[in-house]
Design a protein around this ligand. Sequence first.
Ligand SMILES: O=C([C@H](O)CO)[C@H](O)[C@H](O)COP(=O)(O)O
Length: 210
Amino acid sequence: MALTQMALDSLDFDGTVALATLVAPHVDILEIGTPCIKHNGVKLLEVLRAKFPNNKILVDLKTMDAGFYEAEPFYKAGADICTVLGCADIGTIKGVIDVANKYGKKAQVDLINVADKAAKTKEVAAAGAHIIGVHTGLDQQAAGQTPFTDLALVAALNLGVEISVAGGVKAATTAQVRDAGATIIVAGAAIYGAADPAASAAEITAIAHA
Ligand SMILES: O=C([C@H](O)CO)[C@H](O)[C@H](O)COP(=O)(O)O
């Protein structure tokens, strides 16, 4: 059993709200993707928070510096999870963990571009990270990479932290990543690129929840 998260990666404010309206009943977590939050800011989070009280909301800040200071306004506005880059300074990562704890929320450390993912996972888990994000980014996917080997590596550490997996996951690979130990399964393009995003989200969630 894993939760599902839909990545909202459009830059368009109204289009994002419209897509979230279609998909929200069929996923556990709505993600405001990095380009989307940079373009639209905390106002979009406030709108989604008010419209979708039954979904958790992840804000994909991918924070690189000033962890506590950057993430606090988003937790204050209703984010349940904010992300911080694993390649950031440990002080930055601890800042996001601290502010998440202050609001009773969660911090996710994104392993994108981290060279030694096992060592980083152990370090940030010991620092109190709530979720480890195994992530093959859009540019890495374009170069042919997938998250599956990294997921196996992180899951094998058995550290008792939640593990999120993102990077081109679709219905056909959802059972594979669920069985490999992901507790949160992220899908972006597989849902927003589908002819029927609600049906695609429902299909992925049915597999993830099995
Ligand atoms: O985090 C993401 C990306 O780096 C842009 O910020 C995506 O939201 C994430 O990769 C999920 O999208 P898909 O890979 O299209 O499923």
